[in-house]
Design a protein around this ligand. Structure first.
Ligand SMILES: Cc1ncc(COP(=O)(O)O)c(C=O)c1O
Length: 423
């Protein structure tokens, strides 16, 4: 049998489009967005969802997000520019960044984004004067680090106090007053983000109670928090024995905590927003490789090397991220399996999967990595001058290239030779 992804034979996709290849399913994106919205609606909360573009973005993705009726979280001028050039409505865009250049601030202010999320007090006068210079008012939210450790990998933990992200709790009230008093700023609310790939709802609930405490403090100062954005971070199962994040259970618990604390603190219920990235795009993507080498080292292990690696998926090398893979042409046939290590082609150790049981792999076999939609393409690079693979979007029985692959010419075309090196 062949491995089928959303009705498409992955061996055929490899033949039609070549490898390595990113494949994204539009239906899977839509289903994940619907789960997030429906889970909160069934708990009686009509929340705002901003897809976190850092997980995967390009013009087609912006169009899909737009058609799902949700907003977009951008973290750089590049992401914002892509969204605007895809025609994404600026008033549904949240702009982040622990560093924001003046050009990025101008782009956000000029286009009237939903809000710019302030990461440090020093940004307040800068955004205020940009808005003054541009003859407008900028919507801003304040990001606070809630001091919650979600116990995932430390590289993807951002909500503890020892972090470059967000205001320290003691900076919040002076910052909110400064925003309130600034002539060209409009305060929209608070933001926090505690980390990524979180499977348990406890840290989110803890962050919610801390953030509602901040809403109360601001309320006491006469400053109303219109929107409380709880960031992203919902985890996904990467391995066959891992469980799904219980979105419905979380939404119900969230609602109960929200109601209880708003009554206890005497505050109006703020509009709730979330910014899922991985949850929406992770399971919507696969990467298709070709097996290019098989090396058996007696008594040690088997290495299977594929035609991609850390330049299309740096996550295993960066933080030991784990994936499941299958040999697409030998899927579900009950063939005998043996242990192998899967390596990428770059000139580094480039271990993609440390150990996995697979049927006997031959050179030329097609291998599929599951759940590679998030933080693979968006973190890809050109190490060894390898090009970033093309991306194909699946929509019902259609498959369409939404980003062509980078060629060696593309990569070399940015090079310049100074005149003293010209022959
Ligand atoms: C501010 C913010 N929002 C949302 C996200 C998306 O996180 P995830 O993809 O885990 O949902 C991130 C990721 O780092 C983030 O920094």
């Amino acid at each position: 049998m062949h491995y089928i992804f959303e009705g498409h034979d992955t061996v055929k996709l490899a033949e039609d489009f070549g490898t390595p290849l990113y494949v994204i399913s539009e239906e899977r994106i839509e289903r994940a967005v619907k789960t997030v919205k429906d889970a909160f609606l069934s708990a009686g909360l009509d929340i705002a969802v901003y897809y976190a573009g850092k997980a995967f973005t390009n013009k087609a993705m912006c169009r899909i997000v737009e058609s799902c009726g949700i907003g977009l979280d951008t973290v750089s001028g590049g992401e914002l520019f892509t969204a605007l050039s895809a025609g994404f409505p600026a008033n549904r865009i949240v702009c982040h960044g622990s560093v924001k250049t003046s050009d990025e601030i101008d782009l956000a202010v000029k286009n009237g984004v939903h809000c710019i999320v302030i990461n440090s007090p020093a940004e307040i006068p800068v955004i205020d004067s940009a808005a003054a210079r541009l003859g407008t008012t900028a919507n801003v939210a304040l990001r606070v680090s809630p001091g919650v450790d979600p116990h995932t990998h430390e590289y993807i933990t951002t909500g503890t106090l020892d972090t470059k992200f967000g205001l320290m709790p003691e900076e919040l009230i002076p910052a909110a007053k400064a925003v309130h008093e600034a002539k060209h700023l409009n305060f929209t609310g608070l933001h926090c983000h505690i980390g990524s790939q979180i499977m348990d709802d406890e840290p989110f609930i803890l962050a919610l109670s801390i953030m509602l405490g901040h809403v109360k403090e601001l309320n006491e100062q006469g400053i109303r928090v219109g929107e409380l954005n709880m960031g992203g971070g919902f985890g996904i199962p990467y391995l066959p024995d891992e469980k799904e994040f219980d979105m419905y259970g979380y939404a119900a618990r969230f609602r109960r905590t929200l109601d209880r604390l708003c009554v206890e603190y005497g505050i109006p219920i703020p509009k709730i927003a979330v910014e899922p990235g991985r949850y929406i795009i992770g399971p919507a993507g696969i990467t298709i490789y070709k097996v290019c080498a098989v090396k058996d080292i007696p008594g040690i292990r088997r290495y299977i090397s594929v035609d991609g690696g850390l330049n299309d998926n740096p996550r295993p090398a960066l933080y030991q991220a784990r994936y499941n893979a299958v040999i697409a042409g030998k899927y579900g046939d009950g063939l005998p399996e043996s242990e192998a290590r899967i390596s990428g082609r770059s000139c580094e150790t480039d271990t993609l999967i440390d150990s996995i049981m697979l049927p006997d792999a031959q050179i030329g076999d097609i291998m599929v990595f599951e759940d590679t939609g998030a933080y693979c393409y968006s973190m890809a690079g050109n190490y060894n001058r390898l090009g970033i693979p093309k991306i194909v979007l699946l929509h019902a029985d259609k498959a369409h290239v939404i980003k062509r692959e980078q060629t060696a010419e593309d990569i070399a075309s940015f090079d310049e030779i100074p005149d003293w090196l010209e022959g």
